[in-house]
Ligand binder design. Structure first.
Ligand code: ATP
Ligand code: MG
Length: 474
């Protein structure tokens, strides 16, 4: 093996600074983990750099910070024995090489100082245990004791040590295995997969925040279904999102079957991921049918129904977000809104589309009308090419209509053409329910198309409504 074979991985000038600092402290140091993996996979230049020192990572970080041009702050996490430097848009993490052993009831290990190889053994996967030397005598040499390179070629997620112990020690690694399999489109080694199945229950000791971090990364991948299928296959999904698992299966009564809404959902998520990077819209795709399990009924006349599943589903979004500690802010409201409205454009596309129905759709969806259409288009999973074409075409018509109507009527960011204040002034009113009634009547008339969305027409209608209510204009 020739030295310096991976020197080009170390183009970033910070590496020679780290190397010099380590020399001054008489330490050996290595770049390890995701940076090396992503460099070898040519996944672009990774933003995070992990450095392992044979000795104190914190001391090394302090000296590196002094040597870096400009002033760099070191954040020290004494309890973990790690330190972090932000340099330009890179985060450099320093850790002393360590040997770990675990207790069953926690993912916090007992830590001792160790060699590079000890440290590589505690890494989750062979492809994450790859290290490149920063030491002058073999600068750029790759250190790969577990054939991580071979696994990169074979596209394999494999643990350096016994997978069952690896996953039991830190069950978050089960999520990470599935996440990397999804991001890299790799296979999980069969023994590893079996070990995840055997240890799935241990996911309970992992915080929801950590789980959600991994779910986000799975959802942000180009084909999220890989991850959700693995979560399902290993049984982890039942612990994380039982609402989704409940969608799986096909029932048949009197020869009538409904589709498997779990596998359908995964297709929808993959479809939408081709058209949006907005992870919240991807969440909406993942959850758009969750109301179907609790609302499913069989009716002798009409077959399978999922009455009000959109409404029920949007309520479930809140509970699920709360349980998983996802944010309960406007992101959650957006997902709820998408779920609640997920059938609206479908209804429109099946019927003759009236302008007023389009105006109401734009009014209700507001600034998210585009996202809603993207969701509905992703929802087309029929394998019948004729139907597929017809549905696509129908949505195209709805999109055109939305554009036409919006251009004319400006409903998207609807502002009442007459303000409450003007109504109060006109009829010399104090704040009262009449004002709301008049405003509502104007809005309704605009959405129905009885009057255009314009001041003069709205003013005339206001006077007329006021008169009907027995109010006198000043
Ligand atoms: P990415 O940054 O793309 O998520 P990464 O591999 O860099 O991928 P990090 O979470 O940044 O992942 O962790 C850096 C390195 O630390 C990993 O490559 C791995 O070697 C090690 N590591 C991280 N989490 C664990 C864990 N739970 N168990 C064992 N090793 C881990
Ligand atoms: Mg990283």
């Amino acid at each position: 093996m020739t030295y310096r074979q991976h020197e080009e991985a170390l183009n970033n000038p910070v590496f020679s600074i780290i190397s010099d600092a380590a020399r001054e402290l008489s330490l050996d140091s290595y770049v390890i983990g995701g940076f090396v993996r992503d460099y070898l996979l040519q996944r672009g230049t990774p933003k995070d750099i992990d450095i392992v020192a044979i000795g104190s990572g914190i001391e090394l970080a302090k000296l590196v910070a002094k040597k870096l041009p400009g002033s760099s702050e070191v954040s020290i996490f004494k309890n973990f024995g790690t330190a972090m430097i932000k340099f330009k848009d890179t985060e450099i993490e320093f850790v002393g090489a360590r040997k770990e052993s675990y207790h069953r009831d926690s993912r916090k290990p007992v830590v001792e100082n160790g060699s590079l190889e000890d440290d590589q053994k505690r890494r989750d996967f062979t492809i994450n245990a790859l290290a490149i030397s920063l030491n002058p005598e073999d600068y750029g040499q790759l250190l790969d004791p577990f054939d991580g390179i071979g696994d990169l070629k074979r596209q394999l997620i494999r643990t350096p040590l016994d997978p069952s112990i690896t996953y039991s020690d830190d069950p978050l690694r089960m999520m990470r295995a599935i996440r990397f399999a999804t991001q890299l489109n790799f296979i999980i080694h069969p023994e590893s997969l079996q070990a995840i199945l055997d240890n799935k229950e241990r996911i309970k000791i992992i915080s929801n925040e950590r789980i959600v971090d991994e779910l986000h990364k799975i959802l942000a991948s180009s084909k999220p279904s890989i991850g959700f299928a693995l979560l399902h296959e290993t049984g982890l999904l039942s612990y994380i999102m039982p609402e989704l698992v409940a969608l799986q299966g096909i029932e048949e009564i009197e020869g009538q079957r409904h589709k498997d809404n779990f596998w359908h959902t995964l297709e929808v998520v993959d479809n939408i991921s081709k058209n949006t990077d907005n992870v919240w819209l991807r969440w909406a795709a993942l959850l758009h049918d969750i109301g179907k399990a609790p609302t499913k009924k069989f009716d002798k006349k009409i077959g399978w129904t999922f009455h009000a599943h959109e409404f029920v589903g949007s309520k479930m979004v809140y509970k699920l977000f709360k349980r998983l500690r996802l944010p309960l802010n406007e992101k959650m409201k957006f997902v709820q809104k998408m779920v609640l409205m997920s059938s609206r454009p479908i209804v429109l596309s099946e019927d003759f589309v009236t302008d007023s129905a389009v105006r109401r759709l734009i009014f209700d969806a507001g600034e998210h009308v585009e996202d809603l259409m993207t969701l509905c288009e992703a929802d087309i999973t029929t394998k019948n090419p004729k139907k597929q074409k017809r549905y696509r075409n129908n949505f195209k018509i709805v999109r055109q209509k939305i554009e036409e109507v919006e251009e004319r009527d400006h409903i998207r960011n609807f502002q009442p053409p007459i303000s409450g204040e003007e109504i109060m002034k006109t009829f010399n009113l104090r704040p009262s329910k009449e004002i709301g009634m008049i405003k509502e009547a104007i809005k309704e008339a605009i959405l129905e198309g009885d009057i255009p969305n314009e001041y003069n027409a709205a003013y005339t209608l206001m006077l007329q409504k006021g008169k009907e209510m027995g109010l006198k204009a000043e």
